[in-house]
Design a protein around this ligand. Sequence first.
Ligand code: FAD
Ligand code: FES
Length: 364
Amino acid sequence: MTQTHTITVEPLGREVQCREDQSILDACLRAGVWLPHSCTHGTCATCKADVVDGEVDHGAASSFALMDYERDEGKLLPCVACPRSDVVIEADIDVDESVPVHPVQDFTGTVVALEEIALQTRRLVVELDRDIAFNAGQYLKFSVPARDGLPVVDRTWSIASPPTETRRLEFHVRNVPGGRGTDGWVFGGLSVGDAVSVSGPYGRFVLKIDDDRPAILVGGGTGLAPLKSMIRHALENDAYAGHLTLYQGGRSREWLYDVEYFQALAAQHPDRFTYRPCLSEETQADCGSDATAYGFGMVTDVIAADHPTLSGSSGYLCGPPPMVEAALKTLMSKRLFPRDIHREDFFNEGDKESGAVRSPLIKR
Ligand SMILES: Cc1cc2nc3c(=O)[nH]c(=O)nc-3n(C[C@H](O)[C@H](O)[C@H](O)COP(=O)(O)OP(=O)(O)OC[C@H]3O[C@@H](n4cnc5c(N)ncnc54)[C@H](O)[C@@H]3O)c2cc1C
Ligand code: FES
């Protein structure tokens, strides 16, 4: 039987039981003990904490997220570190009292819809075996089945539906050529009626429902998913008092999706929601009579042109790490403070090797 150890989380003084084959973060989140985290696969460094006492296996920590000298100094990434003895860790726990903590649980689900919505992009709808509680913006981990001698792996996809829809969850998945979870599964054999195993909810990229400032939401590609959850929650459930402006970036119209959906939402809620789809590789001339619907250029250029200042606003950025980084710089140049900008980088396994983009501008 796999051995279990006691993890003591300081400064909370909470104790959690953790198996040797389980990450310390997983054990804590399942026990309802909140630790900061974002990617949950050892890439972003958000969860970095100190080992005060005990031995850990650092697992699949990226050498960029946890440098050799940091390991020597007794740092760990709880999202991938597993205990080898009883362990005491000290974490920088930034509990936001307005955000409910929903313990992570396992669920089974059934695929009830899987459709092409844009180039290399699918909408996946899963009906869970029971209700799930989550915050708008959070994500689930999917178990990608073993295949061709390769083991089961976890992949993370953000929930695009609002938290009031507790059984039937929507996801947007972009294909990554050669990727285990996308090319090899969602785009490579997964079908309506198939059973899936998921766990969650994870993540701290959540709509701050106690805020009432105007919010700029920027989504690149399937980075739209958590923003759609937030926007639907805000508008359908009156969960956010401030005005929301969604910037959706794509190369051309065939890469964008749900455009008519958001246009209709903006028409329905003109005082509460503005929608700006942006095209980086199509021009006004390419779009003809459609042109008035779009902004042209990089999404960051369109934001910069739309707003002399964003002072007094908040920001939510999500998608490929280079886009998130560029949007961060744009919002900061428009007088937003780092503390008012929330980000979700869609890091993948390849980013672990490359170090991806690590911003000196903002604490993860
Ligand atoms: C918090 C979060 C939320 C996310 N939400 C979404 C979402 O809503 N929608 C979405 O489409 N994506 C989302 N992602 C990205 C998603 O989790 C996957 O990374 C993505 O779908 C690709 O998965 P994959 O299994 O197909 O690719 P992977 O198998 O992970 O491969 C990705 C790339 O890395 C390379 N690679 C794989 N393994 C290694 C290795 N060991 N060494 C070097 N290179 C390697 C591959 O060749 C490929 O180029 C999210 C990511 C995070 C962190
Ligand atoms: S959450 Fe641990 S490194 Fe990203």
